[in-house]
Each structure stands twice: as structure tokens, then as C-alpha cells.
Design a protein around this ligand. Structure first.
Ligand code: GLA
Length: 392
């Protein structure tokens, strides 16, 4: 995968739409991927996360279909798939269409009447890179279809519909973080989200001396293949032993007091969640003071815990994080960690802006030398959330 910089907007997608369908789109919406700065595997434990939206987006262009059937195209150059109206809100093939089917179903549950649409999708959010390409897709589809049908949904409602789509149509029992930030992202801000009640605080990321660097491990991750669901189950098991509703309510003394009853696995999984929630708070406090050293310490702690206690990293991702400590330019990096669900995907690092290009190049080169893997990077500011970018 490439961390692409190819621009996608109304002017790039409209000509393709016209070429495919012979008429113009009437609504175009865009929704971003995300990078999580800190707080992983905490969202489904009613905990805290601190992601920011990317400038990389999924863009969805739609118009009424003159054929009476849905006609959808999953990406530039792909074939048109045709779906009868009555099938469009049921699970089906190809797999990617389930994200659209799910969002149609969720909108219909809220009273929307969705006629046959022609739909073209384009994206520069890398797939399988741990940057929430599927949440971006769901939010772009939801935003476009809601505008198209004239139904009002808030960004958070759209996010909840996206999460339900993942659960019911894509078999991923995800938390709310990815859809929430894709829907609610605000330029130049990360968001500290309390996943228990979805209240949040903006965390300005405007210090020009600091850059957010994302590097892809080039190991594709899939959250549908069991590891993610197994971690959720470990957390639920820990809660049953502790007699609590979610690990949000746990603390380290409670875990220590119940160490034997919990057993090793539940104990270390829960220890990650408890520690990670605390690290989100330390990170937010550090960023507010531009104390990048402390922010970096929280990130390093997060990576170690995800690697050792939650066991969701992998050798390649660990190599990238280690390189952040060992390259000649290491002193320019405050901290680095895996980001997102894990099992591959990307790392995120906070780096001195003056050196960030050089740092990225050193890491990419050393990674290639160490593992023989070619990969790419992204230096990014916090982007905006899902929005309609064109409506006729
Ligand atoms: C995936 C899920 C999120 C979250 C992260 C881990 O991205 O979609 O809900 O659980 O993994 O923090």
C-alpha cells in the first residue's frame, strides 16, 4: 500500500462519474481516515482515545440512477455492480458493498427512503494501513446519502450507524473511535474522546515545531480475522471476574487484588487498558503544555503495553518503533507507537518539524535494509471531519 498524496476532490471525481454513468453527480461527500495519537483498545472498554482526522479522504459521488437499480463502483477503474433496490440493505457481495448496504440499512431504520443511486467511490486513505479506511468509507457514504435524501443526521449519529454497520455487515466488533473521529474531526485539532458518553475535548495540534509522522509497516491488517474479537473477549472475561461493567471502572489495585482469579491473560489485557486510559490523560496534559518530552514518554509506554500486554503488535511494526530510537536522527523523535487496531498497519511518531523529512527517509531506508520491505510515510496535520463537498 502507498500512503498516497493524490488529491481527490469534486473536480477529480466528477469526470469519472460522467464517463461511467453518462450524467453528473448530484451529491459528493468526503470523509477522512484517522491516526490515533494514543489510546488503543480502550474504546470498546468505555475508555479514552485521542485520535485526529487525516487529510486523506474517501470521496463518494452519487446521483439518482435512471435504471431503477443501484449501480455502484468501488474505485476508479473497477466494474459497475448492479443491485436491485430490495437487496441494497441486505448483506451481500462483493464484500466492500456491505459498507454501503449497512449504511443504507441504518438510514432506512431512521426513516430514509433511498431510491436507486449511481455511486462512484474514490479514496486516498490507504486500505489495511490501520488508518480507518473503512470508517472513512462508511462516513462518506452516510454523509452523501443523508444529504441526497434530505435527512438530518448529526455526525455522531452517522458514526454510530457506521459502527453498527461494522458489527452487522462486516463482522468487525469495533469500538466507536474511528467512525467518531471521521465524522467529527476538526482541522488542526486532535480529539480526546470519552467513549463512555461520547463527550470530548479538542486538543489543539498547532505547534509548528511538531509534526505528526505516520509510517506504514506494509503489513496489511484485518480486524475481521479473529485477533481483535479475541481481545475484546479477554476484556469482557476480565470484567466478569471483577464484577464490573467495563474496564473503565478498573484500577491497578483492583487488578492486583484479583490477580490470581483473573489469570495471566485477563490480567495483562486489563493492565493494558487501565494503563492506556491513564496515558491518554497524561498525553493530553503534556500536549496542552507543549511538553513534547512527556507526550513522547506516554507514547512509548503505550507501544510497550500494546506489544507486551495486549499483544497486538507484530515484528515489523516493532522494528519501525525501534528504529525511532536507533536511527542517527533519533533525538528528533519525541515518541512513537503503533496506531489503531494492530496486527500490522502503521506507526505514528511525534517529530521535530525541521527534521521530519529526514527522519522519515532514514526510517524508511533502514526498514528496507532490515526487513527488505519497501514502504511509505505521511506527514500530516489534523484534518476536518465528514462533509458534503458538492450538492447540485
Ligand atoms: C480499530 C477499531 C477501533 C479501536 C482500535 C483500537 O481501529 O475500529 O474501534 O478499537 O482498533 O484502538
Amino acid at each position: 500500500m502507498d500512503l498516497e498524496e493524490r488529491e481527490i476532490n469534486v473536480d477529480t471525481i466528477s469526470p469519472y462519474f460522467e464517463q461511467y454513468f453518462g450524467h453528473s453527480p448530484t451529491v459528493i461527500a468526503a470523509a477522512p481516515g484517522r491516526v490515533n495519537l494514543i489510546g488503543d483498545h480502550t474504546d470498546y472498554n468505555n475508555g479514552f482515545v485521542l485520535p485526529m482526522a487525516l487529510n486523506n479522504v474517501n470521496v463518494v459521488a452519487i446521483a439518482p440512477s435512471p435504471t431503477g437499480k443501484h449501480r455502484w463502483i468501488g474505485g476508479l477503474g473497477d466494474p459497475i455492480i448492479e443491485i436491485p433496490i430490495e437487496e441494497a440493505s441486505k448483506k451481500g457481495c462483493p464484500f466492500w458493498s456491505n459498507y454501503v448496504r449497512g449504511m443504507i440499512y441504518m438510514l432506512e431504520q431512521r426513516g430514509a427512503v433511498i431510491p436507486a443511486v449511481d455511486m462512484l467511490i474514490d479514496s486516498n486513505v490507504p486500505r489495511g494501513g490501520g488508518l480507518s479506511s473503512s470508517a472513512a468509507f462508511e462516513m462518506a457514504v452516510g454523509t452523501a446519502l443523508a444529504a441526497f435524501c434530505g435527512i438530518e443526521i448529526t455526525p455522531t449519529e452517522c458514526a454510530l450507524m457506521g459502527q453498527a454497520t461494522e458489527h452487522q455487515f462486516a463482522n468487525v466488533p469495533c469500538g466507536i473511535m474511528d467512525q467518531f473521529i471521521s465524522a467529527n474531526g476538526i482541522e488542526d485539532n486532535a480529539i480526546m474522546l470519552d467513549c463512555k458518553d461520547l463527550s470530548y475535548k479538542l486538543i489543539p495540534m498547532t505547534d509548528p515545531s511538531i509534526s505528526v509522522l505516520v509510517i506504514d509497516s506494509a503489513v496489511k491488517h484485518s480486524l475481521a480475522d479473529g485477533g481483535y474479537a479475541a481481545r475484546r473477549k479477554n476484556c469482557e472475561d476480565a470484567c466478569s471476574v471483577l464484577g464490573i461493567e467495563s474496564l473503565r471502572e478498573a484500577n491497578i489495585d483492583m487488578l492486583k487484588a484479583n490477580k490470581e482469579k483473573l489469570g495471566k491473560l485477563s490480567y495483562i489485557r486489563a493492565r493494558h487498558v487501565v494503563g492506556e486510559n491513564a496515558r491518554v490523560h497524561s498525553f493530553a496534559q503534556a500536549v496542552a503544555k507543549s511538553d513534547w518530552e512527556s507526550a513522547g514518554i506516554a507514547m512509548r509506554g503505550s507501544h510497550a503495553s500494546l506489544r507486551d500486554d495486549f499483544e497486538v503488535s507484530c515484528a515489523e511494526v516493532d522494528t519501525l518503533v525501534t528504529l525511532c530510537d536507533t536511527i542517527p536522527m533519533a533525538a528528533s523523535i519525541y515518541g512513537a507507537r503503533m496506531t489503531g487496531g494492530g496486527f500490522g498497519g502503521s506507526i505514528v511518531a511525534l517529530v521535530k518539524s525541521n527534521d521530519v523529512e529526514q527522519v522519515a527517509k532514514e526510517i524508511i531506508e533502514d526498514y528496507r535494509q532490515a526487513l527488505g520491505i519497501e514502504t511509505s510515510y505521511l506527514i500530516t496535520r489534523a484534518g476536518a471531519g465528514a462533509r458534503v463537498i458538492f450538492q447540485a
